[in-house]
Ligand binder design. Structure first.
Ligand SMILES: N[C@@H](CCC(=O)NCCCC(=O)O)C(=O)O
Length: 248
């Protein structure tokens, strides 16, 4: 009997009162359930044996987060004072992404997760996209209702012949946009899959990956079942996770 794939979902660390927690957003966990049974992976690199984790999982989803990857990981300039970081998450996710792709485990990175994938493969990040020519402001209005913040915001030019193309995305779609950072230098071995109209890299895949390995800067997990182009990404991820579960 075939069992459902197990999907690891990266956690952020948070303090609630005086206690530390490892949390993952509801929308990521629900969207991960398109591919299998979601399991939150705590940001405890010192306690988690990576090989055991990878042997046990059929896919990994690296989520978005208000925090930014610490710039020391890509030799970037110091962050502006007050920038939110999550060092335990960086310590877990950056090596885990490399190891998972190397092991042929399906990997899907969203927003911060996309930025982590770029850094994991040696790329660097723009810390304030909106302050760099020729880029537009890709941030949401934090005062607006959530449906507006995650509403369709700009065009996306899907590159021909890539993974997004194979997943059935047409050359031009519209996506939401909820980020202040973005790809500066693309990581080694990453293939551009989609661009914003201002030229910002919005999606990449890992060229020599043995399985699904995709990062997207937008949020396909948002109301995933209402957006066929968002759902197509999770269905592609799901198919790869099922294949991995069959092989194990
Ligand atoms: N902090 C980074 C990444 C942006 C990001 O992941 N935003 C999502 C926030 C909340 C969520 O929807 O999970 C940046 O600003 O570029």
């Amino acid at each position: 009997m075939s069992r459902k794939p197990l999907i690891g979902v990266s956690a952020c660390t948070r303090m609630i009162g005086q206690h530390g927690f490892h949390i993952a957003g509801d929308k990521y966990l629900r969207a991960a359930a398109v591919a299998g049974v979601p399991l939150i992976i705590p940001a405890l690199d010192e306690l988690i044996d990576q090989a055991t984790l990878l042997e046990s999982l059929d896919g990994l989803l690296f989520t978005g987060s208000p925090s930014n990857v610490e710039p020391q990981h890509y030799a970037g300039p110091q962050s502006a004072p007050g920038t939110p970081h999550d060092p335990p998450r960086d310590r877990l996710t950056l090596p885990l992404i490399r190891a998972a792709v190397h092991a042929g485990i399906p990997v899907f990175g969203i927003c911060r997760g996309f930025q982590e994938m770029n850094v994991a493969f040696g790329g660097s990040l723009l810390q304030k996209v909106h302050e760099v020519e020729p880029y537009q402001d890709h941030r949401e209005n934090p005062e607006a209702p959530l449906d507006d913040q995650y509403g369709l915001s700009h065009d996306l030019h899907v590159q021909p012949g890539g993974l997004l193309d194979r997943l059935g995305l047409p050359p031009l779609v519209r996506v939401n946009s909820v980020h202040g950072q973005g790809v500066e230098r693309l990581g080694e071995g990453l293939r551009i899959e989609a661009l914003a109209p201002d030229g910002l890299i919005e999606a990449f895949s890992v060229e020599d990956a043995r399985s699904f390995a995709l990062g997207v800067q937008w949020h396909p997990e948002w109301k995933v079942h209402e957006h066929p182009h968002y759902l197509a990404l999770f269905q592609g991820f799901a198919e790869a996770c099922r294949e991995r579960a069959r092989q194990r």
